[in-house]
Unconditional design. Structure first.
Length: 435
């Protein structure tokens, strides 16, 4: 058995309450399926460009049962309402849920499990049948904490909800598995900002799964910043279901971790549902950045607009898979995918796979992907006006990334993310890129 899977098995044996909420049989079934099938190899299409050979030889001890200490300045600038997790454990001392209106519930999954009401945690019963869903299976077996958010019909949060996940150095490499559930009833509205941060150098593994259920006419605006420690490993998966006329506006900024994989799966099940999903992927050093989109148009007159930018420098590898499936009966669909990439080093690699499957009539659909280098004329123009080479390349790279950020309606949030991207580019490309 691979060392990674053996450490997951040992983590299961160390669960504080594996039978809580009558989840024991389901948890064990997920673990047994994971151990029986093993990790996917390079012949598995979904993992073709992200081999797990190095990871499978590593072992991770379970995270401690209490959140570790870290510098509070890391989260003090993040406003309420704020839910904080450190190394996979709910940190009540640094969380602040003041200002929530009536009809809004925000709590940690560990608190839900302690209440002992099975119906409140039934989202944990979801099964993952495919062999390539290896880390979702691990999450189903091992998750003990996460964010649980529920809004009643018509409830709208007056300010964004901040979900903060901090990786903190500890003795040895640790693993944690967070399960999040966001349930928004008809006509509700929610802004979410995810902060995935490192409080110092570490090589832990974080494995998150988020379920989003958006009722009729719901509006969700969701920004996610992944800025983990440089040696960290992060797997993140979002499964969203949109009802009639629901809108999901998503933005992802991938800046950190040595190995990261982000999966965004959205089912547009109600007529008129709309998805906007934009993102920027930054590969530098030896980082491996993998993003997979799986969008399913099921109802009529649905729409998706997907705009992603990738940058690869050093010896990094950036992987992007954009899948759009227009099911039979989804007439009137309007689907668009654009993935443009900058290759800034001869030693870097970019793999992009736009996929469009259409089984309906009267649809409008388009996809495109490019991989190129900085425009030499633009670089020359800036240098001729006294801009140093490294700064000219950084400015052009930031400009290349601005278009996806334009979808963010909140000016303050857009500037915050742009500042983080600019700082990450200055660090990653500070020595200049190949001319």
């Amino acid at each position: 058995m691979a060392a990674l899977l053996e450490s997951f098995r040992q983590g299961f044996d160390a669960l504080r309450a594996p039978e809580a909420q009558e989840l024991g049989p389901r948890r064990r079934a997920a673990l047994e399926a994971l151990l029986a099938d093993g990790l996917p190899g390079p012949r598995e299409e979904a993992w073709k460009y992200t081999p797990l050979r190095a990871l499978e030889r590593r072992s991770f001890a379970p995270a401690d049962t209490t959140p570790p200490a870290f510098d509070p300045a890391l989260v003090e600038g993040i406003p309420a309402p704020r839910l904080v997790f450190a190394n996979g454990r709910f940190d009540a001392a640094r969380s602040d849920l003041s200002g929530l209106p009536d009809g809004a519930s925000v709590e940690a999954l560990s608190q839900v499990l302690e209440r002992g009401q099975p119906r409140d945690a039934n989202f944990l019963l979801r099964r993952y049948e495919r062999r390539d869903e290896v880390f979702a299976r691990a999450n189903a077996a091992l998750a003990e904490d996460g964010a649980v958010v529920r809004l009643d019909a018509g409830v709208r949060l007056p300010a964004p909800l901040h979900l903060v996940f901090v990786g903190v150095p500890q003795d040895g490499d640790r693993a944690w598995h967070l399960r999040h559930f966001i349930d928004l009833r008809d006509d509700a509205a929610l802004d979410i900002v995810e902060h995935q941060l490192g409080a110092g150098d570490h090589a832990h593994l974080a494995n998150d799964v988020l379920h989003l259920h958006a009722g009729k006419r719901v509006l969700v605006r969701h920004a996610r910043v992944q800025a983990d420690a440089a040696r960290a490993t992060r797997f993140a998966r979002t499964d969203a279901v949109l009802a009639r006329d629901a809108q999901y506006r998503r933005f992802d900024l991938e800046l950190g971790a040595g190995l990261s994989r982000n999966e965004l799966n959205v089912r547009l099940e109600g007529d008129g549902a709309r998805l906007t999903a934009n993102g920027v992927l930054l590969g530098s050093g030896r980082r491996h950045v993998d993003t997979r989109l799986g969008i399913e148009h099921i109802a009529r007159d649905t729409a998706c607009d997907l705009l992603w930018r990738g940058i690869a420098d050093g010896r990094s590898r950036v992987v992007f898979h954009g899948g759009i499936n227009i099911r039979p009966g989804a007439d009137g669909t309007d689907a668009s995918l654009s993935n443009k990439n900058l290759l800034l080093s001869a030693d870097a690699e970019i793999d992009t796979q736009p996929v469009l499957v259409i089984d309906a009539d009267e649809v409008k659909a388009a996809h495109g992907a490019t991989v190129g280098q900085l425009d030499a004329n633009a670089v020359f123009y800036l240098r001729s006006r006294g801009v140093p080479l490294a700064e000219a390349q950084r400015l052009l790279t930031v400009a290349f990334c601005r278009e996806p950020l334009g979808a963010l309606e909140d000016e303050g949030l857009r500037q915050l993310l742009l500042d983080r991207l600019d700082a990450a580019l200055a660090t990653a490309l500070g020595g200049g890129v190949a001319a």
